[in-house]
Structures are given as structure tokens and as C-alpha cells.
Design a protein around this ligand. Sequence first.
Ligand code: ZN
Length: 154
Amino acid sequence: MNRRSGISLLDVVILILIVGIIAAILIPKTRLQKAEQSLVKCRAQMMAISDAMLKFYTTRGDTSLLNIGETGESEDTTAGAEAETTSTKEELKPHLFTDDTTLLRPYLPEEYSFTCPLDGDPYVIIVRDSIFYSISCPNGEHGQVIKGQATWNE
Ligand SMILES: [Zn+2]
């Protein structure tokens, strides 16, 4: 009986040690994988904002212009008339970048968040009229996109 209880205590100690060792091996690995996944997702999201920014710029925020060329609407009977309407629209609305996420929202997938998947911190979007824009992750190592160029590709 004495021996039995001694063994079971030893069993428990060994079990705790084994579980501890396995956890020590696995936890950093999954943590690393999670960090890696969120890095990849974060960068893809920043590129998506950059694409949305360029679409916003070329359409001057008018999402209906996104379909130009795809759907030949009945209005543009001649090429001349089309060019005329385009130039009129250009005069009315200058090309601008925007840091207003609600304006960029229509150019992004439905399930989209303007936050880093690692910790949910919002992206920092800096815009200077039609000259400059940058999208930065608050987690510095995730990088930033400056005028469509990703810093992690440099
Ligand atoms: Zn990030």
C-alpha cells in the first residue's frame, strides 16, 4: 500500500513535468504562428486600404464610376460625349486622397476592419491632399504602405 501511494505521487509529478515540457515547447510555437499569421493578414489589410485609396482617388469618391467601361450604359452614345462628361466631372471634383474610413469603406470587402489583427489597434492613415498618403500599423514591425509602396518590400 505504501509503495502504491508513492508511485502515484511520482506519477503525478512526472505527469506535471511532461505537461510542463510539452507546454513549454508548444506555446511559443503557436504564439509564433499566431504572430506570423497576424503579420501576413495585417499587411494584406494595409494593401487593401491602399488599393481602396487609389480607387477613391481615381473615382474622386464616386463609387458609381467604378463600373465605367464594364457596363456600357445607354448614356454614352459617342466617345466625344463620354469624354466631355468625364472632363466635366474632373473639373467638379479634384483627385484627392482621404483619411476618412467611411469614404474608403465602399471600396473594401464587406468583412473588413481598419485595425491590426494582432491586438485590434486602429491603423494610422495620414493624407496630404492629392500628393501623399500612408497607412501605418501601430505595431511597428508590421510596417506601412506609403503611396502604394509597402515598406516590407524594400
Ligand atoms: Zn499590424
